[in-house]
Design a protein around this ligand. Structure first.
Ligand code: PEP
Ligand code: MN
Length: 360
């Protein structure tokens, strides 16, 4: 797939002076609910109204969506509010029904992107459509799998394309529902600067209180838009209750976000600078997180040494680490002087930790 400017024409044609906004409930629940939320989102910055009709749930027994009936409700949304509509499709039947009901934007969900068979089936069913198709990242952090899905659609002559970053599953517990792995999204933007990229803070955070911060990071990293789950009564939503915001909160979030304008040379410079700084902030946080993890392991070693009455300082081991890290640093363009200074500081902190354990 070559990088084609054509991929983003649909977005440029909207002529927006703010990021693209897709909002609406996680799931369509009832006709009243769908219309109520849509009316509250009318006359805001929202461009597309989302609602899941077929819900892929991790385990059976939860609400699995209202099915094709919900497509009629989305049609009503368009008639009554003028909002364009969006839903997830996960097989050929979904695609055919969504096209029949003139849904304007279709997305491929994270659980579908992982399966080339399913993506191919969707791509075949959509062949040549002029609808917008967005591909969510697969649940696992695999850039090739994500791009592979986009390529399958591109090869099916679908030209209005884009991707949605909704974070990745991990075994380790974290404050996120799905870890953002920003570096991966940045790599994708670097490879395909003309492929629109939308952020999904709702599924990344799983928590409405974190939506603003993640949205801001996304905009700072030049994302083109946001998809935010919005419900008039979030606490009682039939799915993803903890992460949905009210239409009022959504409007507040959109007002508070710092949105960069891109026009002249000066703005271009500022944009690059803040993009780079946002990357630095993320990496610095990772550095601190990893150093904290290292110290925890070191504490474990301290306890072990105490139990066996072994000295804190093990010179051979320490020299080995230093030698290996100086070489490693060199291969990454880091000076010996810097690596030595940094590791001496880390080592000292580690000794302090272990000393404390020994003396406890
Ligand atoms: C959704 O957008 O409601 C959804 C199911 O998302 P994901 O595919 O990212 O889990
Ligand atoms: Mn959801």
């Amino acid at each position: 797939m070559e990088n084609s400017k054509q991929m983003r024409t649909w977005l440029d044609d909207l002529g927006l002076n703010h990021p693209l906004v897709i909002a609406g409930p996680c799931s369509a629940e009832t006709e009243e609910q769908v219309l109520k939320i849509a009316h509250e989102l009318k006359d805001t910055d929202v461009n597309y109204y989302r609602a899941g009709i077929w819900k892929p749930r991790t385990r059976p027994g939860n609400f699995e969506g209202v099915g094709a009936l919900g497509l009629k409700w989305l049609q009503k949304v368009k008639e009554e509010t003028g909002l364009k509509t969006a839903t997830e499709v996960a097989n050929r039947a979904h695609v055919e029904l969504a096209l029949e009901h003139d849904i304007d934007l279709l997305w491929v969900g994270a659980r579908s992107t992982v399966s080339p068979f399913i993506v191919q089936e969707i791509a075949d069913a959509l062949k040549g459509t002029d609808k917008i198709v967005l591909v969510k990242n697969p649940v696992n952090p695999d850039l090739s799998l994500w791009l592979g899905a986009v390529e399958r659609l591109y090869s099916s002559d679908i030209k209005k394309l884009g991707v949605i970053h909704r974070g990745f599953s991990t075994y380790e517990k974290s404050k996120y529902r799905n870890i953002p792995e920003w570096q991966l999204a940045i790599e994708l933007q670097t490879k395909f600067p003309d492929l629109p990229i939308i952020n999904d803070p709702s599924h990344i955070t799983g928590n409405r209180d974190m939506i603003f911060d993640v949205s801001q990071t996304a905009l700072d990293l030049n994302f083109d838009g946001l998809i935010i789950e919005t419900h008039h009564d979030p606490e009682n939503a039939w799915s993803d209750a903890a992460q949905q915001v009210t239409p009022k909160t959504l409007v507040q979030i959109m007002n508070d976000l710092r949105i960069r304008k891109e026009t002249d040379e000066e703005a271009e410079y500022k944009k690059s600078l803040s993009n780079l700084r946002a990357q630095i902030d993320i990496i610095d946080n990772q550095l601190i997180e990893n150093l904290g993890k290292r110290m925890k392991v070191s504490d474990g070693i301290g306890k072990l040494k105490k139990r066996k009455n072994v000295a804190v300082l093990q010179s051979n081991r320490w020299n080995q680490i230093l030698g290996a890290m100086i070489l490693e640093g060199e291969s990454k363009g880091l000076s010996e002087e810097f690596v030595l200074k940094m590791f001496k500081a880390i080592h000292q902190e580690s000794i302090n930790h272990q000393e404390k354990i020994m003396q406890a």
